[in-house]
Design a protein around this ligand. Structure first.
Ligand code: NAD
Length: 461
């Protein structure tokens, strides 16, 4: 099929490149000329595993191109996907980019006699597609919905695994204005053998928010339990959650083998959730509820618990060092999660800002983030060795494989003080060499069972 994708960010570019890989003819549209130029030159504007190869193939085989000319892309397409950003502004969703895209697409529809389906892929609050977007499209097109198709098709891809998630979806949700709209949109996903749920526009919009709200709730639940453990001598959240997970309802035993579903990755204590989706989507849902005279009390608390995590981490670092002024702190991992260079709402950035504000000097390392200029006053180094040289503490934040598997026997001697704060409980504390002070999350004060058993886990320096 002929497809236009409006917005060439994480969702738009991954969708466009993968749809071209599936054999469709795709035009990616963005209003940032340098982004369009980079894409046409085969250079993805962000780090995403597997994207570069598929982009080159799509360009080389003539199935993909990028442009700033939205009108021409609409004219050439049967399906138009809106994948522009929907940031959070003051606790509400900012729909400015969706509105601008809808107006321009509507003008394109006016000039074309061909039936085309406009599909909102951006995350928008329930009611946006059938009121705001439909209204703008109808006004600009000069014809009612029905004369053109209208769908809402939420995207569930995860940065860091976005190409795989797009090409191997667990389900495709198609919110449709009418059956003709959904039928035409579904043709772009014809080759996928997964459940396809045809539903109303508002259910599709709500599904995305409900998914992200649940994930955020699991994370804040784990962090709240960790906080309670920290106030309870003799407890350790890692052991508590490990035992909790063995409930068959979380990790079923199938054919005698225990299955560990990926959802368990959200039942871990850490320094909080970040990224471009969970914080803004939960905030948008809370704002949406307030506007309707309702309250999303649980989700407001989920955000509150999350907002406290960076300061809680910094308090742990300060306690371990006896103060932060003039200390040199190595931050290991700054993207909001492994597999991406996305810094949006990254807990590492929040932690670095607090540390810098308390007078600490920061040397950060991340395998893919290229710059921290204008983000946080920190020196970005290009190796673990450089970040750790002369450091008073190492704070392991983003669990990239090279950080989780770092050779502390070789690295620790470079440090001024051998203190490791494990902001995601991702390191194997028991495997650390003697002489390192290890500070994990969610461990109650006082001696722990391991210490009583004589394991060398928390030897002082
Ligand atoms: P992004 O900020 O990375 O990209 C948005 C792109 O849209 C930018 O390149 C911007 O220049 C472009 N744009 C803005 N207005 C435009 C216009 N009028 N015309 C043409 N281009 C325009 O955003 P993203 O992370 O890809 O997210 C897009 C949407 O998908 C959001 O609603 C987000 O919540 C949702 N989403 C994101 C993810 C994710 O992991 N990032 C996952 C699922 C859903």
């Amino acid at each position: 099929m002929r497809i236009a994708v409006v917005g060439t960010g994480y969702v738009g570019l991954v969708s466009g490149v993968c749809l071209a890989h599936l054999g469709h003819q795709v035009i990616c549209v963005d209003n940032m000329a340098e982004r369009v130029e980079a894409v046409n030159g085969g250079v993805p504007p962000f780090h995403e595993p597997g994207l570069s190869e598929l982009l080159s193939a799509g360009l080389g085989e003539g199935r993909l191109r990028a442009t700033t000319n939205l009108a021409a892309a609409v004219a050439a397409s049967e399906v138009i996907l809106i994948a522009v950003g929907t940031p959070s502004a003051g606790g509400r969703i900012d729909l400015g980019a969706v509105e601008a895209a809808a107006r321009e697409i509507g003008q394109g529809l006016r000039e074309s006699p061909e039936y085309k389906v406009v599909t909102v892929k951006s995350t928008v609050v329930p009611g946006t597609t059938d009121t705001l977007v439909r209204g703008l499209l109808e006004q600009a097109a000069g014809k009612p919905a029905g004369a053109f198709g209208l769908c809402m098709n939420p995207e569930f891809l995860r940065e860091g695994a976005a190409v795989r998630d797009f090409l191997e979806p667990d389900r495709i949700v198609i919110g449709q204005w009418d059956a003709a709209s959904g039928t035409q949109l579904a043709r772009i996903y014809e080759s996928f053998d997964c459940p396809k749920i045809f539903t109303g526009l508002r259910n599709a919009e709500f599904t995305k928010y409900a998914s992200n709200a649940l994930l955020a709730t699991l994370i804040s639940f784990s962090n709240e339990m960790a906080g309670l453990c920290e106030a309870t001598p003799g407890t350790d959240i890692a052991e508590v959650l490990a035992a909790l997970e063995l409930d068959r309802r979380w990790s079923p035993v199938v054919g005698g083998v225990r299955v560990h579903p990926e959802i368990l990755a959200y039942l871990r204590a850490g320094c909080g959730f970040g990224g471009s989706c969970l914080p803004k989507d939960v905030a948008a849902l809370c704002g949406f509820a307030r506007e309707r005279g309702a309250r999303a009390r649980l989700l407001e608390t989920v955000l509150e618990v999350n907002a406290l995590r960076p300061a809680a981490m910094v308090a742990q670092i300060e306690q371990a060092l006896g103060g932060l002024q003039d200390c040199r702190i190595a931050i290991l991992g700054v993207s909001f999660k492994p597999g991406t260079d996305d810094l949006r709402e990254s807990p590492a950035v929040a932690i670095m800002r607090l540390l810098a504000g308390a007078g600490a000097e920061i040397r950060a390392y991340d395998p893919v983030v290229q710059s921290l200029d204008g983000v946080v006053p920190a020196i970005l180094t290009h190796s673990l060795e450089a970040a750790l040289s002369g450091a008073d503490a190492a704070v392991a934040i983003t669990p990239w494989p090279e950080i989780v598997a770092a050779d502390w026997g070789a690295l620790a001697p470079r440090m001024r003080r051998r203190v490791i704060v494990d902001a995601r409980n991702a390191l194997d504390a028991a495997a650390l060499p003697a002489g390192i002070r290890y500070v994990g999350i969610g461990r109650g004060p006082g001696p722990r069972r391991e210490d009583e058993l004589g394991k060398p886990e928390s030897a002082g320096d």
